[in-house]
Design a protein around this ligand. Structure first.
Ligand code: FES
Length: 176
């Protein structure tokens, strides 16, 4: 014969069950975000229109001029070609996230200043991201490595950009 069990006087747990949340969790510049909008939304528009991180520029329909590059992990990718749903659990760094937490510039940012490698500035965020990715995979890049970066500059800064990347690689950012 079955015995009736007395109900406990107190609930066994105070945890309130929650339904699984829809959406995409992504880290951007070290902060956690949860995107509940269109999963096909390009990362570029999420950065610029939702987070108001406008450093990353439009680089053409297919990111062909490199101005929309961001780091996903250590890899430079075109933010206009990456849909939000592909970024679940990933870590994105934009140009706004290159400086240290205390505001000190990344050595490559400093080297761009040292070499006066900035004209109008439209292409600069993309160059910085591409350069950081290059320095991570090849700490001593040669001219050929730099010339293979996808970035374009209408202001004619390529030569100074090349010098800036090599200055950062040599550990001479901020030195005269
Ligand atoms: S600095 Fe103007 S496009 Fe490069």
């Amino acid at each position: 014969m079955l015995q009736a069990h007395a109900l406990p006087a107190e609930p066994a747990s105070t945890i309130v069950p929650e339904k699984a949340r829809e959406g995409i969790d992504v880290q951007i510049n070290g902060e956690s975000f949860h995107h509940t909008g269109d999963p096909q939304m390009p990362l570029l528009w999420y950065l610029r229109d939702v987070l108001r991180l406008t450093g990353t520029k439009y680089g053409g329909e297919h990111g062909e001029n490199g101005a929309d590059l961001v780091l996903v992990g250590d890899t430079a990718v075109s933010a206009v070609t990456v849909a939000m749903h592909t970024l679940a659990g990933k870590s994105v760094t934009t140009v706004e996230g290159l400086a240290a937490g205390d505001g000190s510039l990344h050595p490559l940012q400093q080297a761009f200043i040292d070499e006066d490698a900035i004209g109008c500035g439209y292409c600069t965020p993309g160059w910085l991201i591409a350069g950081v990715a290059l320095l991570r995979r090849k700490p001593k890049p040669d001219d050929g490595d730099i010339d293979q970066l996808p970035n374009l500059c209408r202001c004619g800064c390529q030569t100074r950009v090349r010098r800036a990347i090599k200055r950062a690689a040599a550990g001479k950012a901020g030195q005269s």
